[in-house]
Design a protein around this ligand. Structure first.
Ligand code: DX5
Ligand code: ZN
Length: 217
């Protein structure tokens, strides 16, 4: 079985962003993971809709937009206009999660929900019928290049067995600290999509890393 790989542009060279995107597209990436941070929900600031719009037309990779921002409901329309294909919001960032995922879904965009490492799985129980993917954060969000938090493996397996029983069509995406050495354990625990930033962009051979990650099952 082949796993999907979503390179995170957080670790790319932003002065050559279009080329960096082309590089992972040619290397066999399945999705482009775009980390949006606001300096409030997480202690870092990255990019917003204008940069995402600029990338549209430069690649045919679907845009997997991971919103690490407060009050995501205020900005969702702008991300849709900018070209997002998947919009993932954090459970911890909005009071009205059910309303928000349904809003995204009704706009024809695939909704995802993300969980910080300490957030329990039962917080998403009542939106399972409405979402496309669950994003399990395997580092505390905010920065690339951190270490995978080991207990997240158990969280992924638990989620997998819940979804198998109720919503087997929902994808599990895992984000943070993934590299060639731990990818296979994470894939075996139940991940369908692996996000990797530093492991791909800091490598001498990004193409080979993508290939190895895809073959981790
Ligand atoms: C962390 C971001 C991740 C991050 C992954 O807050 O959501 O997508 O960029 O980077 P690595 O693979 O370097 O942990
Ligand atoms: Zn991310």
């Amino acid at each position: 079985m082949v796993i999907k790989v979503a390179p995170s542009i957080l670790s790319a060279d932003f002065s050559r962003l279009a080329e960096e995107v082309k590089l992972v597209e040619q290397g066999g990436a399945d999705l482009l993971h775009i980390d949006v941070m606001d300096g409030h929900f997480v202690p870092n600031i990255t990019l917003g809709p204008p940069i995402i719009s600029c990338l549209k037309g430069k690649t045919s990779l679907p845009f997997d937009v991971h919103l690490m921002i407060e009050n995501p409901e205020r900005y969702v329309d702008e991300f849709i206009k900018a070209g997002a294909d998947i919009i993932t919001v954090h459970v911890e960032s909005t009071v009205h999660l059910h309303r928000l995922v349904n809003y995204i879904k009704n706009k024809g965009i695939k909704p995802g929900v993300a969980l910080n490492p300490s957030t329990p799985l039962d917080t998403i129980k009542y939106v399972l019928d409405d979402i496309y993917l669950v994003l399990v954060m395997s580092v505390n969000p905010g920065f690339g290049g951190q270490k995978f938090i080991p207990p997240m493996l158990e969280k992924i397996s638990e989620l997998k067995s819940i979804l198998n029983k109720t919503n087997p069509e929902i994808l599990i995406e895992v984000d943070g600290g993934i590299n060639e050495n731990n990818a296979s354990t994470i894939a075996k625990a139940g991940a369908d999509i692996l996000v990797a930033g530093s492991a791909i962009y800091n490598s001498e051979n990004p193409e080979e890393v993508i290939r190895k990650l895809k073959e981790s099952l």
